[in-house]
Design a binder for this molecule. Structure first.
Ligand code: NAD
Length: 262
């Protein structure tokens, strides 16, 4: 079978990925660097982030790890400013940083846990977009091809028993994605969401440990084909960032192997 190649679709495009040190975000960073983008990425794992930066640069890519916490508006401002200073602007962004929480019925969720999940998954996407959007709109090199993809979840469009805070935060991600897509639709910036089903990452492994043998506590369930790979999600994200998706704006693309189909 012929191999599909998309070599260097993003040559020289400045890009930013939050949550790029692990799992899905890490694979998005790797794929963007491979396809020629100049990629800044943040996370909270300095050792992993620096090792990934070194590996990608030795491989001929352009990548830079910057420690930044998405729960802080000031740190997101600084992250975007450093990216612009390093790469001369910003045209692409992927907001992927996220956390889940222990399985508990809604009334048993500690307010501190609720706040941390909302701060990371919902506030974090808002803070990141708040600074990414003006940077993308003012970047001359973007030429109307600016794009943002926010990583939501299939649980952002239905109930999430046992992880209500996580589900609520992902509803917020989809809601703000659709609103922002309309806000900037005439300004050369597209904003879409990708909603994965279960994907084999450290987050999924932790969730499986937390629920033990009781798989009914795994909100959303598993598709017949089993969990996806981070690369399955990265492929969809890179498509939405690319010129091939020029008329796709305000979409929420499910990448879930039909998990949500029933
Ligand atoms: P992961 O735990 O492997 O990676 C999470 C990344 O987010 C790491 O780089 C981590 O450092 C970063 N991060 C966490 N809190 C942060 C903070 N406060 N500031 C900056 N960075 C922070 O998880 P993953 O499975 O790759 O998940 C990535 C995204 O995909 C998340 O938004 C998650 O909700 C979403 N998602 C995952 C699955 C799945 O099954 N794995 C399914 C649906 C959606």
């Amino acid at each position: 079978m012929a191999k599909i190649t998309h070599d260097r679709r993003f040559a020289g495009h400045p890009a930013l990925v939050t949550g790029g040190t692990s799992g899905i975000g890490e694979q998005i960073v790797r794929r963007l660097a491979k396809e020629g983008a100049h990629v800044a990425f943040c996370g909270l794992d300095d050792e992993g982030g620096q090792a990934l930066e070194q590996h990608l640069c030795e491989d001929g890519g352009v990548a830079r790890y910057i420690r930044a916490d998405v729960r802080s508006d000031a740190e997101m401002a600084q992250l975007v400013a450093q990216t612009v200073a390093q790469f001369g602007g910003l045209s692409l962004a992927v907001n992927c940083a996220g956390i889940s929480h222990l399985p508990l019925r809604l009334a048993d969720i500690d307010p501190a846990i609720w706040r941390d999940v909302m701060a990371t998954n919902a506030d974090g996407v808002f803070y990141a977009m708040r600074h990414e959007i003006p940077a993308i709109l003012s970047h001359e090199g973007t030429n109307g091809s600016g794009a943002i993809v926010n990583i939501a979840s299939i649980l952002g469009a239905k109930g999430s028993p046992w992880i209500a805070a996580y589900g609520a935060s992902k509803h917020a991600v989809i809601g703000m994605t659709l609103s922002a897509a309309r806000d900037y639709a005439t300004m050369g910036l597209r904003i879409n969401a990708v909603s994965p089903g279960p994907v084999d990452t450290p987050m999924l492994q932790r969730a499986l440990l937390d629920i033990g043998d009781d798989h009914t506590k795994y909100a959303g369930g598993f598709p017949p084909s089993g969990p996806g790979r981070p690369d399955d999600v990265a492929s969809a994200v890179l498509f939405l960032l690319s010129r091939e998706a020029a008329y796709i704006n305000g979409a929420n693309l499910l990448v879930d192997g039909a998990t949500a189909a029933i």
